[in-house]
Every structure is written in C-alpha cells, then in structure tokens.
Design a binder for this molecule. Structure first.
Ligand SMILES: [Zn+2]
Length: 148
C-alpha cells in the first residue's frame, strides 16, 4: 500500500467538488451552495488550507467563458444523444423542438454549477497539485503578497 501520503484526493473529484487544485482540501468558494445566486461566484481570496491565491492575476477568470461554453456544448450533446436513444427524432413531428426547449431549461438549471465547475477546471490547469504544499506554503505566500 502507498504509505507516503495519508490522503491523496483524485483530480476529478477535487475539481468536481470545487477544491483548491494545490492541496485538494480547501474550498475555492465561500459558500458551498451553488444555488445561492448572490454568492455563487464569491471565492475565497486564498485557499483556507494552503494559502494558494485563487485569483492568480487580474482577470484570471475571463477565459472560463470558453470552458463553460465547452461544458454547455458537452451537456447538450449528451442530452441530444440521450433523447435520441430514449425518445428519438423525426422530421414529421416536433420532437426536435421539445429537445431544444428542454435542453435550454436543463442548461439554465445547471448554470450555477457549470460556472463554478469551469472556474475549478480553469484554475486546475494553472496550479499543480503539490503533495508538499505544507513545506512550500511560506514561499508561495510571499509571492502572493508581492503585488500589493
Ligand atoms: Zn489549497
């Protein structure tokens, strides 16, 4: 058995649970309820566990638009396939338009989750999982303060 690390949360589960990509323990967001719309995108300034800044530079999250777009497309494709398999499409009735409407509602309902997930995915591309985050915590703490 692996005895070097007590717990090593997986990449996917930490991204899905909106955890800090560096220690995979701290929460990126202040509120754990994505459907409280006033706080849906309120992030902790730094990770409460390892001190990793969540906004690495100004406008860091502008690029998440592409991620949430890709996620929306992926969701639409999967509802399309599911609809195709379960209900089917025909040129002779309005099933296609039903799918469009239901898919739109579906996407809207998932929007808060998608927005958070895309930020989680985005920051995970820039910040690496660091098993020694406890040792290097002071160093990156200083670089995080440098811009103030
Ligand atoms: Zn952390």
């Amino acid at each position: 058995m692996d005895h070097t690390t007590k717990s090593r949360p997986g990449y996917l589960s930490s991204v899905l649970r909106n955890k800090c990509p560096r220690c995979r323990q701290g929460d990126l967001f202040q509120s754990t309820h994505p459907y409280k719309l006033s706080t849906v995108l309120k992030m902790n300034e730094t990770c409460p566990v390892c001190g990793q800044p969540t906004e690495i530079e100004k406008g860091f999250y502008y690029g998440t638009g592409y991620v949430s777009y890709a996620l929306s497309v992926a969701l639409s494709v999967s509802t399309f396939v599911a609809w195709w398999v379960i209900i089917g499409f025909s040129l002779h009735d309005s099933r296609f338009f039903w799918w469009m409407g239901i898919n739109a509602v579906f996407l809207l309902a998932f929007q808060p989750l998608l927005m958070r997930l895309s930020r989680s995915i985005w920051i995970s591309w820039f910040v690496r999982f660091d098993t020694d985050w406890k040792q290097s915590a002071q160093i990156s703490g200083q670089t995080g303060m440098a811009s103030s």
